[in-house]
Design a protein around this ligand. Structure first.
Ligand code: CA
Length: 334
């Protein structure tokens, strides 16, 4: 548990004030190039009277771009006249990582999504996590955290929520996923849920929704369009922004077990044998890993442990033992 020490982060915005405020979460960080300096994390608060609060974030991992693109855009364009309640936007949550274009922070190597509940007296990444845990999450009714695959993974575009023990909360989250209207909607399981922002929000009883909208350390025109339209849909669905949800067809996906995940067991050059979105039979070869140190060596095969559809794949051409090589999902009724 966090101590009761106050957060060192000072917001330059007032969360209870009506109108639009563009400001910062200012986190003191004294260093060689800036004595008494700070990390200035951009934040936007758009409020119009009482009502629900949505907490929106991108850049939890610093090399994923659909979320930041959609959220800087939303902060620029959302008119408080169209809002009832509050929208808190942090487009680049792990701002040092976002500035560096890396998954984790260059300051402390902190992975934001393994740093919760954080510490007010910890590393820079832990201090940001602690601020979300104790100051921002308690204000929120609905929490939306954009992800994509980053430099090392690529995904079919989906919006997701977790299967939860609290079925009423789970249903609220899946309803918000449906409103987002991505081409795919995922009932997600986590292989390593400890320290995640998701877990922190869900343990507080908040409706938590996330995405995986592509990857490869860049964005695509289609995935950014999905992000921009989807987040407005979720805010409309929550009754925070005026207007009807623009629904479109979505294919629901399920990750029934750990058999969804395949990991490389060798270093080498990866040859993808199935493309994203393609169907896969159990035992089919998903990828081959070629040794490159000499000629004449047969490639190692990575085989599907279940039938389904390829939902994610390793992105770079070279792979290391332990890398996530492929993720399968099963098409289900919504
Ligand atoms: Ca991510």
């Amino acid at each position: 548990m966090s101590s009761l020490r106050p957060s060192p982060i000072a917001p330059t915005v007032d969360f209870d004030k009506d109108g639009v405020q563009h400001g910062f979460l200012r986190l003191p960080y004294s260093r060689d190039d800036s004595a008494w300096g700070s990390v200035m994390i951009p934040i936007c608060v758009i409020r119009n009277g009482k009502g629900s609060t949505a907490l929106l974030s991108g850049g939890n991992h610093g090399d994923e771009y659909e979320g930041p693109l959609a959220l800087y855009d939303l902060a620029r364009r959302l008119d408080p006249q169209d809002v009832s309640g509050t929208v808190i936007i942090v487009p680049a949550m792990n701002y040092p990582a976002f500035r560096a274009g890396t998954r984790t922070s260059p300051i402390d190597k902190g992975n934001m999504n393994r740093s919760f509940p954080g510490r007010p007296d910890g590393t820079v990444t832990e201090k940001i996590a602690d601020y979300f845990q104790r100051e921002l999450l308690p204000r929120a009714d609905i929490v939306f955290d954009f992800h994509s695959g980053g430099k090392t993974l690529d995904f079919v575009p989906f919006c997701a929520a977790h299967t939860l023990p609290d079925k009423a909360l789970e249903q609220k989250a899946f309803d918000a996923v449906a409103a987002f209207s991505a081409p795919f909607s995922m009932r997600m399981i986590e292989i390593d849920a400890v320290g995640m922002y998701d877990t922190a929000a869900e343990e507080m009883g908040k409706v938590f929704v996330s995405t995986e909208l592509g990857g490869g350390g860049t964005s695509r025109a289609q995935t950014v369009r999905i992000a921009r339209r989807g987040i407005l849909n979720v805010l409309r669905h929550a009754g925070i922004v005026e207007g009807a949800v623009e629904k479109s067809k979505t294919q629901w996906l399920d990750m029934p077990s750990g058999d969804c995940f395949s990991f490389a067991e060798d270093d080498g050059m990866i040859e993808t044998m199935v493309d994203l979105g393609e169907p896969v039979e159990e035992d089919a070869v998903l990828a081959r890993i070629h040794s490159t140190g000499r000629t004449g060596i047969a490639p190692q095969e990575i085989r599907a442990k279940m039938s389904g559809m390829l939902a994610a794949r390793h992105f770079p051409g070279l792979v290391k033992a332990g890398d996530c090589a492929a993720v399968l999902a099963v098409e289900v009724e919504g």
